[in-house]
Design a protein around this ligand. Sequence first.
Ligand code: 3YP
Ligand code: ZN
Length: 381
Amino acid sequence: MTSGYVFHPEYLWHDTGTSAGLLPADPTAGVQPAVHVENPDAKRRVHELIHACGLLGELMVIEPRRATVAELTRVHTAAYVQHIKTQSDLRGGGGDAGDGFSPVGHGSYDIARLAAGGLIELVTAAAHGDITNGYALVRPPGHHATANQGMGFCLFNNIAVAARHAQAELGLARVAVVDWDAHHGNGTQAIFDDDPSVLTISLHQAGCFPPDSGWTHENGTGDGTGYALNVPLPPGSGHAAYLNAMHQVVLPALDRFAPDLILLANGFDANVFDPLARQMLTAASYREMTRLLVGAADRLCHGRLIAAHEGGYSPFYTPYCALAFLEELTGTTTHVTDPLAAVVAGYTAEPFLPHQREVIAAAAQLVERISPAATSITGSQ
Ligand code: 3YP
Ligand code: ZN
């Protein structure tokens, strides 16, 4: 069993500049500039921890390449890809991908192509049997980006590009996307909304971002009806609610769908210290959730679980959540334990409340809309 790892210094060079909270800073209006919340720090510290604790030596390092325009336009419109290039070509940066929340720095076009291409390379290595599973520690993130608009810090939808590549080039016909970032994976959902060959499942904080998105009744359209699942967990949901959602929704849906590949939109911003959400997960929660997903991938698709980094804005806690994730992915342990474990111990014991259970139960009812796949495991190995 080998786990792949994609990282590149250029991912840290994606320049989001300054901001005021989430919006552009405006000194002329008395709005003080601050370092943008989506900055390299948390991701650099994830990479450094993986390196310093020795886990990097256990991983097969895979070199990313830039996704081509042809690969990007399997998902995005040509006009949108060109728009990002135009913004990126501006000297001094200051561009935006569309919603005012998605800064495009000078050169970010090539970096965003390197992020999407990193996912393509990981999926390719898994399809060829060079790795079993893998993790791409990329910036910029991707799960909010739609076919023709950047949103919520995302430029290109890295996971969607990798899913389409897997289907078009690697013989992996059925792709499941699990998204446990604290925010709704609206871009991925929209891209595959009418497509029953890609199942999307998003667990997120209800009504957080995008606003008014990710409700249970969003369940796919046309031929894809039933193949988008949402679990909009109330603010304050933690270990018990997320584990219950895994058992009641994610695992049954995956078992029924029988994917050839599982992609994970791996946001760590549902941890209790994150500034951009109000969920309660700890590193131990990410460990348990990962164990379950690795088990599903082993059972269903030769272990093929490929994760893309998404959100996670606590520089001091994201690295320990990511380390727990990677220990489970690789089946190894390191000498580093969560230094905040004693502080957060009580958080995993918080009660599982009725209003959380109801949301999960409602989503669980939709699982049977997925046609049980009669197929055995397919794809090259
Ligand atoms: C984008 C602008 C307001 C909230 C923010 C969410 C980014 C994120 O982590 N998405 O997964
Ligand atoms: Zn997020």
